[in-house]
Write a protein that binds this ligand. Structure first.
Ligand SMILES: [Zn+2]
Length: 503
């Protein structure tokens, strides 16, 4: 029984060179496939099986020693199969085939089938070449870690043999999902037997498709992925956070038309410039992470941005201007301009890992087309610096120190809320915060969310707190001098102006 082979020696060198042109993720994949190709013997491609893709080889009448192997004949067999169906080879007899292919009467078919790795190894031809919207080589091949001897290699060898180059630009391998309580790959039957579902349908029925996708984005695919429903459920918290931040931004932008109301870069206040510097970093980091398929890094970067920068600081600090300034006040419009940029960028960055929620928010923001038709945002060179970031870092440092003093004062019953606090801040003359606080009083009050402060020079940083003597403005709830405006003696200066303008 003759067998058929691909002579690997003829293509080995090219295959090894091609391996080094491909990006292997994680990088150890390169050594794994290189080693197996280097030592691989010839590839036996004939199988004595009754099912599979037939080997399009013929024998002259009465002679099994000299097979007829001819590319044009193989092409014709393929064309006939294309129109006549995949069973044609088996349904028709030798005479029929000989006639179709203009072969002498008595010619017989080879009854072997092709090694199935030829099937999988030529998927790039079947898929990429036949669809005008696709291209070859493919951008990415993706499979679990056991395919360096399998599909990745069969594809490489077929492509190198036929075309002289690799069928892919990058190859990514991911670890298996494993039961968090025991070692080893989690098979579907084991999981069902132990009452721990692993079927994706169970999870999207119960939690929704966005949570499933967000979970997949949040795990470290380079290694084995421990899994259990409790672990999975932890994704719900960041999910709610993303959703909530998008909702807050949309609420704050409800009366903002970027075409009419956006301010120019010079009008941003410190806190706006800071969030835009942070955004710039987030965009840069997420784009780089997406390019490296580091979805977990995208997830962590955006989660951190939402939890710390936006929720805990920016949204909180700008609340006063958003709710109490005149609707068209320049600093309110400045914050809306910044929030609009944050929303537009963040939604597009979230779109691949939070498909439905991002699209829903995008539509709510008034866009006519889906967010999935957008490209990623570009980093803004105007905010590539760190000036505002460094200043805000000083404020954050003081805010943490002030927080301790304020908490103690509230606990001791001196006053009931932080807006009543007046700080005495002692700083060394050469402390970077000293000149900042001296020059930017409004920013400082806004950032520390206190009624007032005095700056004292001393050897070490110290903050003491007392209750302000200023009354509380009933409109904005800030404690500051009231009565500047005789028409609205009960209000602070800002609120009096806003109320007067509304009358
Ligand atoms: Zn007020």
């Amino acid at each position: 029984m003759p067998q058929f082979f691909i002579s690997i020696d003829k293509i080995r060198q090219t295959a090894l060179e091609e391996i080094d042109k491909v990006e292997w993720l994680p990088h150890w994949g390169r050594n794994r496939i290189f080693g197996t190709v280097e030592s691989r013997p010839d590839w036996c491609i004939s199988r004595q099986r009754t099912w599979g893709v037939p080997l399009p080889v013929f024998y002259p009448a009465g002679n099994r020693e000299k097979p007829i192997i001819d590319a044009d004949l193989a092409r014709k067999v393929a064309d006939l199969t294309e129109t006549g169906g995949t069973n044609l080879w088996f349904e028709k007899d030798d005479a029929w085939w000989a006639e179709q292919l203009n072969l002498p009467i008595g010619t017989t078919r080879c009854h072997d089938t092709l090694d199935v790795w030829i099937d999988s190894g030529s998927s790039h031809v079947a898929v990429m070449d036949r669809r005008p919207e696709l291209h070859t080589p493919a951008d990415l091949y993706l499979e679990a870690t056991d395919q360096h001897r399998g599909w990745f290699q069969s594809s490489l060898m077929v492509s190198v043999a036929v075309r002289g180059h690799a069928p892919y630009k990058a190859v990514l391998t991911h670890g298996f999902v494993v039961d968090k309580d025991k070692k080893g790959k989690l098979s579907k039957s084991d999981a069902e037997a132990s009452g721990k579902p692993i079927d994706a349908a169970h999870f999207y029925d119960k939690y929704g498709a966005d949570i499933v996708r967000l979970w997949a984005a949040s795990v470290d695919w380079q290694n084995e992925v421990p899994f259990g429903e409790e672990l999975f459920k932890q994704t719900a918290e960041p999910y709610r956070r993303f959703r909530n931040v998008l909702r807050i931004l949309l609420a704050n932008l409800s009366d903002f038309d970027p075409a009419k109301d956006a301010v120019s870069d010079e009008q941003f206040t410190l806190i706006d410039r800071w969030i835009l510097e942070r955004l710039n970093k987030v965009v840069t980091e997420c784009r780089a992470a997406y390019a490296d398929y580091e979805f977990r890094k995208v997830f962590n970067t955006l989660n951190q941005f939402c939890a710390v920068d936006l929720s805990a600081l920016y949204v909180d600090i700008t609340k006063d201007r958003m709710y109490c300034d005149a609707v068209t006040s320049p600093r309110r419009r400045a914050t809306q301009t910044a929030m609009h940029r944050v929303f537009e960028s963040m939604t597009r960055l979230l779109a691949p890992i939070l498909a439905y929620t991002a699209d829903e928010a995008w539509e709510f923001a008034g866009h006519k087309e889906s967010v999935h038709l957008e490209t990623f945002p570009d980093a803004d060179p105007a905010f590539a610096g760190e000036t505002a970031t460094q200043q805000v870092a000083q404020f954050e440092r003081l805010r943490d120190t002030a927080q301790i003093a304020i908490d103690e004062a509230i606990k001791a019953g001196q006053f009931r809320k932080r807006e009543r606090a007046a700080l005495s801040i002692t700083l060394p003359a050469d402390d970077p915060a000293t000149s900042l606080l001296g020059k930017q009083r409004e920013d400082t009050l806004e950032f520390l969310m206190v009624s007032g402060f005095t700056l004292v020079e001393g050897d070490t940083t110290k903050i003491t707190v007392a209750e302000t003597i200023d009354p509380e403005c009933p409109r904005c709830r800030r404690s500051l001098p009231l009565g500047g405006n005789p028409d609205h003696a009960e209000l602070c200066q800002r609120c009096a102006e806003v109320v007067t303008a509304l009358a």
